[in-house]
Structure formats: C-alpha cells, structure tokens
Design a protein around this ligand. Sequence first.
Ligand code: NAP
Ligand code: MG
Length: 477
Amino acid sequence: MTIPTQLFVDGAWHESRSGRKTTLINPATEEASAEVSAAQIEDIDSAVQSAHRAWEGGWRSLAPGKRTEVLFNVARLLREELEQIAQLETLHIGKPITDARDEAALGARVFEFYAGAVTAFHGQTIPIARGGFDFTLRQPMGVVACIVPWNFPFPIACWKAAPALAAGNCVVLKPASLSPLTALALGEIAHRAGLPPGVLQVLPGSGAAIGETLVTHPLIRKVSFTGSTDVGRRIMELAARDIKRVSLELGGKSPNIIFADGDWKRAAATSPMSVFANTGQDCCARSRVFVERGIFEPFVEAFVASTKTLVVGDPARPETQLGPLVSSGQRTTVEEFLTDARRHGSQIVCGGGRPQSRGYYLEPTVLLGVKNEERCWREEIFGPVVCIRPFEDEAQMLREVNASSYGLSGSLWTNDLRRALRVVRAVESGVLSINSHSSVHVEAPFGGFKQSGVGRDLGMAAMEGYTELKNVYVAET
Ligand code: NAP
Ligand code: MG
C-alpha cells in the first residue's frame, strides 16, 4: 500500500485546489514525518456534490445484501493492511505500537459488525388501535459529514463511517490535521474493496479553515463529530440553522469509584492504565478516582507503585505502554494544568516532569488533595494526570461524581450487588463498567450524558442515528 498524502475524492487521489499542505511531526522525535494536502473551502462543494450524486446514483437503493458484501470486503482488505495502518499511527501520533495494532483490528471488526448489521436492522409493524396496517421504515439520510479527532484516529473513523455506509448513506470524512493518513488509507482500501466512487470521500484539512463550510453545506444532512466540547457546541449551533441531525461525542471527566468491599487491590493495579493509556488522551480516561476512606492509603500506595512500573518511551517498541503526547501544544496544555495544581497546593505524589529531552513526553502524574474548584478536578485534561480523593459517605460521593458537566464513562469496584445497582442508576453517564475499565464494545452503544454529547456511536444505536424513521399507514378497508 502506498502512503497516501492527498485528498481521496471520487475514488482517486487529488491535490487540494490551492496546493496547500500540512506538515506532520513525529511526536516521539519532533521531526517532520510527512506532508499532506490540506483541503480548502473550494474543495468542499465538489466533494459533497459528488457524494450526493453517488448516493442518488445507487448506494441508497443498492440491495442490502450487496452492501453487506462490499462492507465485508472492506473488512477483509483492512485485515490485510492492519500492520501498515498500525505503523502509520505510531509514526505520526506516537501511539504505542501494541495499542495501534489493537485499534487497527478494532476498525476491521467494526466493518464486520456493520456488514452483518445491514440485514439485521429493521423497522416494526405496529398494531394501530383503529385497525389497518402500520409499519416503519428506516431510511438513509443522504450525505453525512464525519469529523474525527486524533486520539483514536482509525477506529473512530471506522465506527462513524461503517454504520453510516451500512445504513445507506454516503460519507465525507474529515480527519484531524494531526492524523489524516489512516483515514486516507481507509478511503483507498474501501474503494479497492468495491465501494463505488464518491460513497466515501476523505478530506484532510484544518477544521478551523473548512469545518464550518462542511457542516453548513446544504447537502450535508447529518454531522457526526468526536472532539472538544467547544467545537461540538459550535457544530450544534451551526446545525440548528437547518435542523441538521448531529451526534456529538465530547469527552469526559470520568469517575473510578472504589469501595472497600471490592477487589480494591486489583482495582489499584489496573486503574493507572484506565487513565494513563494513550498517554491520557482518551475521552473515557478515569481521571477522578474516589476511594472509600478505610482503604485510601493502601490504595494510593498500590496505585502509585503500579504507575511507577509503566513503560514510558519509544512508541515503536512493543513493550511501551505510554508514548509521547500528540503534539508540543498538547503537552503545554497539560503542563498548564499541573502549574495550576501546584499553585493551589495540590500534592504531586508521582510524575509531573518530562522524562527525556526529545519527544513530547510527560510522566504519568498522580495528584492528591485537589479541590472541587481547581481546573484539574473540573476540566478534561487529556493528558497523563489523575486526581485521587477519599470518600466516607456514598451519597456525598455520588453528588461529587455528578457535579461534573461531563457524563461519559466510569468504573465502580464492589462485590455488593445492591450497592452496584444503586450506584449504576445514580451515576450520570452514558457508559459504566463494574469491576472493569472496559468502555468500548463494538456491539454496544457508546456516548455521553450532559456535555459529553448527544447521540450514540457503535452498536445498533449508531445505525438508528444514521437513519430517518418513517411511519407508513395502510388502510385495509
Ligand atoms: P477539536 O478541535 O475538537 O478537534 C476535533 C476535530 O474537529 C478535528 O478533526 C478538528 O480538525 C475538527 N475541528 C476543529 N475546529 C472545527 C470547526 N470549527 N468546525 C468543524 N470541525 C472542527 O479538538 P483538539 O483541538 O484537537 O483538542 C482539544 C481538546 O479537545 C483536547 O485537549 C481534549 O480535551 C478534547 N478532545 C476530545 C476528544 C474526544 O475523544 N472526545 C478528542 C480530541 C480532543 P483539526 O484537527 O484540523 O483542528
Ligand atoms: Mg481544536
């Protein structure tokens, strides 16, 4: 597979009309790694128009079994290219290669799931009180814009594009400026697998430069976005003008709740990677840990000991668990949080520094004594920083958990079934795990409450989100 660096439109490579390019920097070495065409406003209209032609020209009405066939073929070709996809991610965003391989495989699995979902997703027949025959249809929307971030570039591109395509839509995919290459690879591979030209267009380019033009294009029927709350809010405002459909996944400040009755030793050993994986650049990061008072000190000791064993370094090495942050700017943002924590007198019990001079590395950092009003407690840090605090009273702890404007994910550790169910019902978040830190399952809905977003990725819920629901009544007399 050649490394793609242009726009992928109508099944072929194109330079952006302006000839503009973005330089990618390898965050582990701080050296330039590739130059990629950057779409400008003048590239948007033709890409959306031709996606619309592809939709009207046949993708929307293709027999479901044919769509299944093409999407399975995409998955099959993706599986042949997993190593190449993983290597691209490691080189350009510093993702540890072992994680990059898992995520490449996840992307292929997503295509397999939605290939099968095409004929498993259906409407209903409804017994209308007055009699007659009533049924619902799930119909595709048209052209969908999928705007994706740099933290899990390949799997998120797949988990937006695959259900949208499976439901019969065409897609304009805009990857993040820092991570365009695996999205471009997806476009090319999908085309080779038999996806007709225009059905999946991939437009790398700056969100600030082209995002609003894409979102407000009259032929875009839905915007599916993952990224920051600020950009998500702006997209929702823009979408409101034409009542466009949106789904937004906007990150979190997720709790990790440890009760003394549970297997807190296992929780302490596994919790560091529930926040530090992907160097903390994870919307599901369990960045606020609540520990029952009686086990607080031994828990913190075990958590810190486990943190100190984490392998930070060259993302190309299979044993590496934490690579660099994605960019110099992202590291600066995280370090500003730590400056704020120091100013407030919070205690840094481990980490806080740069482990080496080259690459955008930052040590995994554990904070104690962080107060409710501090930035580190309230805001998504998106770096390797965790706050741990004790609790005595369950109800008070739940108030603190829910005081966040976010509500994406979280874990709780207990062996008391009644307590587990009580807490699960009380926590305001879209995704929770009990005695586990696992949040993302291809088959299950993923998304947030409150300012963590609206709508759901993954599972059959994502198929619903890429369709309009039509009700049809038939008189029988
Ligand atoms: P971001 O600006 O929200 O970027 C996400 C995506 O939106 C990228 O493709 C970006 O393109 C695009 N975008 C930017 N401005 C846009 C606009 N006006 N209209 C339409 N699309 C636009 O996120 P970021 O600046 O990379 O990261 C900032 C913070 O956001 C992070 O520190 C983290 O807290 C949060 N974040 C959350 C997630 C998540 O998984 N929920 C993912 C990433 C970031 P460009 O790359 O070209 O700007
Ligand atoms: Mg941004």
